[in-house]
Design a binder for this molecule. Structure first.
Ligand SMILES: Nc1ncnc2c1ncn2[C@@H]1O[C@H](COP(=O)(O)OP(=O)(O)OP(=O)(O)O)[C@@H](O)[C@H]1O
Length: 468
């Protein structure tokens, strides 16, 4: 087997963990290592010119970088329209990269594989079942205080009996588990309602199908298909910002589900009130249901998720100290954390080495570099005082004026989120305050981040600045 084939396998795994399953499945899964590839020129084949252009412009640089990191002999990566693979797929090879996928007439998205025109008004239940990714179940979701409300509401919404907590609006930053929960709802719902029907529909896909239906003067089938199901999940709602007619249709769909008392789940990267470019009447509807956020994961959750992901990888052993290192250093999102673990395990398997601390530091050097430097409470106080133009001394003083108390609360919030210090330790660093004051500050800032765009933007900016 040429080395380039192994490299391609690894590149695909890396791209999958970096881009997320949704994006990967849509654009990169159908790609093949095309005939004519060698160790200098890699050819990546896509089944249609449309997909070729997209992959070239969105992933061209990343493909080059990934290949060159693995095989410095690679000089160029050509993205072209081709389904002729360099190595024909073997019968038991499930790897999508070496298998030429059928050319989709439209981009493939989970849950929307069937062309709309061919869809019956009431979808075949088995067909829709495939829309829900089997890896994303409630069993595999690790819950703690940062995601508990979202997790519980999701389970109750899916459960047997009267409809509860619908519409459910789940929000949180990228890679924090919204899509995972959305799919888990689908599985649990179909299990609890054997005759039920459910659709998972990314908002981008909603728009695509709707626009296509309008163009083909056949919106009836589109509406009928969506509105006939018992559970509808719309993911990444923020994608339809500024798309007026799609929003109008989405509003009617949401209305219909609410009026009929059916199950509806919406996921987005921010709370309804923080959505930009979305019609206030749609925002109002969404905000009237249960709005549950998923907060950035803290150390304990990151560590527990790594343990859970590892338990899903039979015969793989990773020392605790390595898991702790990853959980400590990769703080921003769980997708990245999971990607790092996958990368580590894949590299170790490819070169036949055990995963040790040294191996992890060598392999993931780049990934671990940024947060290697521990963020201190002193740095946080300095950044906050500079941002709000208050003295650092005031942050640790007794002064209660809002102009000082609010930045102080933000600094405490950041200390809780970005360091591993305990609540009493944080309290001590802020003029010997009690740990309950820190809890109050964290809660207050969490509430304000949902309601006050200025504060949310300031906190995001400070986090970015401190995490480098
Ligand atoms: N609490 C959790 N327990 C287990 N796995 C998790 C958890 N949160 C996130 N993950 C994993 O992290 C990865 C990214 O999660 P997911 O795709 O659901 O993120 P997202 O919030 O939908 O991101 P985006 O907004 O970018 O779509 C998935 O592989 C998911 O299984």
């Amino acid at each position: 087997m040429p080395a380039i084939v192994d490299a391609w396998d690894l590149v695909r795994r890396n791209l999958r963990s970096q881009s997320g399953a949704k994006v990967f499945d849509q654009w990169l899964k159908p790609a093949v290592l095309a005939a004519g590839s060698d160790e200098e020129t890699v050819r990546i084949g896509l089944p249609s010119p449309f997909m070729t252009n997209y992959v070239k412009s969105h992933f061209g640089d990343r493909l080059r970088l990934e290949f060159r990191q693995l095989m410095p002999s690679v000089r160029s990566v050509v993205v072209e329209t081709s389904t002729k693979a360099l190595v024909p797929p073997s019968a038991n090879d499930e790897s999508p990269a070496t298998t030429a996928a059928p050319a989709p007439s439209v981009p493939r998205v989970l849950g929307a594989d069937r062309p709309l025109a061919a869809a019956p008004a009431k979808p075949a239940r088995e067909g829709e079942r495939f829309a829900f990714d089997p890896r994303f179940t409630f069993d595999r979701f690790v819950a703690d205080a940062t995601n508990q409300v979202a997790f519980n509401a999701a389970r109750l919404l899916a459960a047997e009996g009267p409809v509860r907590f619908s519409p459910l609006y789940l929000h949180g930053a990228t890679g924090q588990g919204k899509t995972h929960l959305a799919h888990a709802i689908g599985h649990a719902f179909l299990e609890a309602h054997p005759a039920g029907t459910a659709i998972y529909m990314p908002a981008e896909r909603f728009m695509f199908e709707f626009v296509k239906a309008v163009r083909e003067r056949d919106t009836f089938a589109f509406k009928a298909r969506l509105r006939s199901v018992d559970l509808l999940v719309i993911d990444d709602l923020q994608f339809i910002a500024g798309k007026d007619s799609t929003q109008e249709e989405c509003f009617h769909t949401v209305n219909e589900f609410m009026t009929m008392g059916k199950r509806l789940v919406i996921c987005a990267d921010r709370s309804p009130r923080m959505l930009e470019g979305i019609d206030p009447k749609l925002v109002g509807r969404l905000a009237s249901g249960l709005v549950a956020d998923i907060r950035p994961p803290e150390y304990a959750l990151r560590r527990a998720i790594l343990a859970a992901k590892l338990a899903d990888m039979p015969q793989v052993s990773v020392p605790d100290e390595v898991l702790e290192l990853l959980a400590m250093r990769i703080t921003a999102n769980i997708r990245e954390l999971e990607g790092a673990l996958n990368r580590l395990v894949a590299y170790a398997q490819l070169i036949g080495e055990a995963v040790t601390m040294d191996f992890a530091l060598q392999t993931l050097g780049e990934v671990l570099k940024g947060p290697q430097r521990r963020i201190t409470i002193d740095e946080i106080q300095k950044a906050v005082s500079a941002h709000f133009e208050v003295k650092q001394l005031d942050l640790v003083s007794e002064r209660r004026a809002v102009a000082i108390a609010r930045p102080r609360q933000i600094a405490m919030y950041l200390a809780k989120k970005l360091t591993t210090r305990s609540l009493p330790e944080i309290g001590r660093k802020f003029g010997n305050r009690d740990h309950s004051t820190v809890i109050h500050a964290v809660k207050r800032i969490e509430e304000l981040r949902d309601k006050d765009r200025e504060i949310d933007t300031a906190v995001r900016g400070l986090m970015r600045q401190l995490e480098g």
